[in-house]
Design a protein around this ligand. Structure first.
Ligand code: SAH
Ligand code: SF4
Length: 350
């Protein structure tokens, strides 16, 4: 029989498993606490379990698969980036961002590569390798939570903004959310999780119907179809009108404000004309714009906007009553942009 990854199964599945071994259900609760509260890395550390159960766990299950392949820490000490190798050799990235107020946010990947082909994105430039399992998604957060715990800190937030398109890997993403928020587990609240999507409209509606309080970020980057399609090819399939309707639906269903992500690309997405179009597009929608000067990548010629143009963009949006924050590009010195550490490591290997 194939061994089971303990990070891949729900609490209920774990209960069924231990019961199938003739063990009482409360053993599942104990194991769950060892996995997600104590965050041990081996069944032998689960000291309140009888020896035969620990042996059973050793022979029938395993705990995760991620192998750390590289890590980098930014000079300001607030950002760390990890590259993990999966069992089939694929590489994925995970970033930890610390904030002055004590928040610790994990930026985790949902796929190896990405099929959406956004032209400015290092992950998109690599193409799609495969979906991650729920266990592979959760283990990234657990890895960071374990490190933080050793320092007396706690992982407080999760953003699914690493490599890949979470809604393209819907089921594993959905299950990962369950695992991350599970009772007596990592203890992360739904409201402290954000998933970011390029705008897969049917999946966005389905996700809205799940009745969760998870935050939704939408990668918009342009406010007219003629500008968005060349940047994000998925816009051809689901153009802006359908996308914004899906966003309205999400707000209606969840009551939560949507975040729109916007890469400021000189002369392309940072113009007053785009800011006006964006102001009109978002009128009356409960939302916020997170703009960030483009992180340059090898496969794309666009450049980040200069500060004066960024200010013009923000001021124009303000005229339409749309709130906008300019994010500082964090961890530039450690290639903390999506897909950039993997690109760098692969280049070194060549
Ligand atoms: N696939 C999802 C989540 C992963 S990408 C999505 O696209 O939303 C996380 C965010 O980084 C997205 O908003 C994406 O558009 C943005 N991004 C990717 N490459 C970038 C770059 N070179 N500069 C600035 N933002 C970038
Ligand atoms: Fe995929 Fe998101 Fe990158 Fe687009 S921006 S290629 S959807 S990871």
């Amino acid at each position: 029989m194939e061994k089971i990854n303990l990070y891949n199964i729900t609490r209920n599945e774990l209960k069924n498993l231990v019961e199938s071994w003739g063990e009482p259900a409360y053993r599942a609760s104990q194991i769950w606490e060892w996995l997600y509260q104590h965050k041990v890395s081996h069944p032998d550390e689960m000291t309140n379990l009888p020896k035969n159960l620990r042996e059973k766990l050793n022979t029938e299950t395993y705990m995760g698969t991620l192998v750390l392949a590289a890590e980098k820490h930014s000079s300001d000490g607030y950002t760390a980036k990890y590259l993990f190798r999966l069992t089939d050799g694929q590489l994925i990235e995970t970033v930890l961002m610390g904030y002055g107020d004590g928040r610790q946010t994990a930026c985790i990947s949902t796929q190896a590569g990405c099929a959406m082909g956004c032209v400015f994105c290092a992950t998109g430039q690599m193409g799609f390798a495969r979906h991650l399992t729920a266990g592979e998604i959760v283990e990234q957060a657990l890895f960071l939570a374990r490190n933080l715990q050793a320092e007396g800190k706690r992982l407080s937030n999760i953003v699914m903004m690493g490599m890949g398109e979470p809604l393209h890997n819907y089921d594993a993403t959905r299950q990962a959310i369950d695992l991350l928020t599970s009772y007596q587990g990592l203890g992360i609240g739904q409201r402290h999780i954000t998933i970011s999507t390029v705008g897969l409209v049917p999946a966005m509606k389905k996700f809205a119907d799940e009745g969760l309080q998870v935050g939704l970020a939408v990668s918009l980057h342009a406010a007219t179809d003629d500008k968005r399609t060349p940047l994000l090819p998925i816009n051809k399939r689901w153009p802006l009108e359908e996308l914004i309707n899906a966003c309205r639906y999400y707000v209606e269903k969840t009551g939560r404000r949507i975040t729109f992500e916007w890469a400021l690309i000189a002369g392309r997405t940072d113009t007053v004309e785009q800011a006006r179009a964006l102001g009109r597009l978002l009128k009356g929608l409960k939302c916020h714009v997170n703009a960030i000067p483009l992180n340059p990548t090898d496969g794309y010629t666009g450049r980040p906007s200069d500060p004066a143009q960024v200010q013009k963009f923000v001021d124009t949006l303000a005229e339409f009553g749309v709130s906008c924050t300019i994010r500082v590009r964090r961890g530039i010195d450690i290639q903390a942009g999506c897909g950039q550490l993997k690109s760098e490591v692969l280049k070194r290997q060549q």
